[in-house]
Write a protein that binds this ligand. Structure first.
Ligand SMILES: Nc1nc2c(ncn2[C@@H]2O[C@H](COP(=O)(O)OP(=O)(O)OP(=O)(O)O)[C@@H](O)[C@H]2O)c(=O)[nH]1
Ligand SMILES: [Mg+2]
Length: 449
């Protein structure tokens, strides 16, 4: 690869140690020029050496240098890592010296990009590196690490292999003399084959969508009539007096937001204006917003006031489709004998005021999002929107291929869709890619990675 690149790989600031990382053909010789200690051009690969960085004859810092020779390195190029004393001045000075000797400052993500281009990791694994860096919870880190170790890549690769086998059977049948009979036999074979692959992809998509929710946070909307205690619940979960609480119905007008970690799940909570018919213009806008935001939710906490319950309070539940919902009976300190019939969602009884039932509510949330399943390590997830979109496209192509074979179309037509599906799967792991996409993807990385 062309240039030798350099970057500060640790966060720049005051710390005990900083790492300056150099990668490329000239990495060892360039660092050697500014180092006193052992001659780095003569040392074994994967060894650490003590010495000083110097400018002319002036000592700049006392350092430990790790030399890793191609190909057994992250970028598959020669890599030298300089462990120097953390501190902005020294670290920058060392960078500066290296640039003067011929290094180029690395672009964000360039080390990982080289790892990808040199075949050390595939695209999914590269993205996983970024996810690990950005992981905010243990779950996120576990998901990303799983992707980095390549098990999902293997799965995608084996799906591609299955498609190749189907394509091979098509080729054979096209060459066959009694075309019609062969066509039918092949279609039979294709039908089951495609069905099989579709099932597997469906499972990965489902897993991945759950995974994405875990990664990005669960959009949680607190919904209900005015004065049922929505803002009180938000404050209680956030452990902060974020939203205004009063005994006057219609207190909340705008959406109030806050994030909370419940057993490793990130909930992005939104408190809304209580839903009711109103003549107040501002409140009416708030009510409209509540209804809109309801449609974007992953989870709806539907609050009812036990002390003031009427059957109509549940009317809005009928409008909610395909969402995870928990119905919450609040204010049980005032009245605790309501029973709700015909509610198909889990029901939790709480009193925000007395702090009763909040833990049950949290458990119910964790249950809904299959927290436990995640811990059993069925971790074949794709963790970003790019790859999930490609997988869905691939699924659609396979569906269309399946239709053709069911309708006993000429197999050449099925072949087109199968090839498309195979290609799309390849794009997920970066077997086929466009330069522009790659540049854009890696530019989202932080410097020095
Ligand atoms: N007794 C009792 N009162 C509660 C409880 N939770 C909330 N309240 C009271 O109910 C009133 C309304 O609470 P809010 O949290 O403002 O209700 P809201 O649903 O946000 O109301 P709007 O913003 O008007 O839609 C306040 O006076 C709270 O103190 C509870 O568990 N028990
Ligand atoms: Mg409120």
């Amino acid at each position: 690869m062309e240039d030798t690149i350099v970057a500060i790989s640790t966060a720049l600031g005051v710390g005990a140690i900083s790492i300056v990382r150099v990668s490329g053909t000239d990495a060892i010789s360039i660092v050697n020029e500014i180092f006193t200690g052992k001659d780095l051009s003569k040392v074994e690969s994967h060894t650490v050496h003590y010495g000083f960085i110097k400018e002319e004859n002036k000592k700049i810092d006392e350092v430990l240098i790790t030399v890793m020779k191609s190909p057994k390195t992250f970028t598959r190029e020669d890599i030298v890592e300089i462990n120097c004393h953390g501190g902005i001045m020294t670290t920058k000075k060392i960078m500066e010296l290296l640039i003067r000797k011929g290094c180029r400052v690395a672009e964000p993500g360039e080390f990982t990009k080289r790892a990808f281009l040199n075949g050390r990791i595939d695209l999914l694994e590269a993205e996983a590196v970024m996810d690990i860096i950005e992981a905010k919870t243990e779950n996120n880190a576990t998901l990303a690490l799983n992707q980095l170790t390549g098990s999902i890549s293997n799965k995608i690769e084996s799906l591609r292999q299955e498609i190749i086998e189907l394509l091979a059977s098509i080729e054979v049948s096209i060459d066959y003399p009694e075309y019609d009979e062969a066509n039918q036999a092949t279609n039979e074979y294709l039908k089951t084959g495609i069905e099989n692959i579709l099932e597997k992809i469906k499972k990965i998509i489902k897993n991945s969508e759950d995974g994405i929710i875990l990664k990005n946070g669960i959009k949680t909307v607190i919904l209900g009539k005015p004065n049922v205690g929505k803002s009180s619940l938000l404050n209680s979960l956030l452990e902060e007096e974020k939203a205004i609480v009063t005994s006057i119905p219609g207190t909340t007008r705008d959406i109030v937001e806050g994030s909370v970690n419940i057993g490793g799940l990130i909930l992005d909570m939104m408190d809304t204006a209580g839903i009711r018919e109103t003549d107040d213009k501002i409140e009416e806008i708030g009510v409209q917003k509540s209804l809109e935001i309801m449609n974007q939710a992953d989870l709806i906490l539907y609050l009812v006031d036990s002390s003031n319950y009427q059957k109509e309070d549940l009317d809005l539940l009928n409008k909610i489709k395909d969402k995870k919902v928990i119905v919450i009976l609040n204010k049980i300190d005032l009245k605790n004998d309501i029973s709700l019939d015909n509610v198909s969602y889990p029901i939790v009884k709480i009193s925000v005021k007395e702090g009763i039932g909040i833990d049950n509510l949290k458990e119910e949330i964790i249950k809904l999002f299959n927290q436990n399943k995640l811990e059993t390590k069925d971790l074949t997830y794709l963790t970003n929107a790019r790859s999930i979109a490609l997988l869905k496209k691939s699924y659609d192509s396979l569906l269309s291929a399946q239709n053709s074979s069911i309708n006993n179309m000429p197999v050449d037509i099925t072949e087109i869709d199968l090839k498309e599906a195979w290609n799309l799967l390849g794009m997920i792991i970066g077997k086929t890619y466009e330069d522009e996409l790659i540049d854009q993807l890696f530019s989202q990385f932080c410097l020095g990675k």
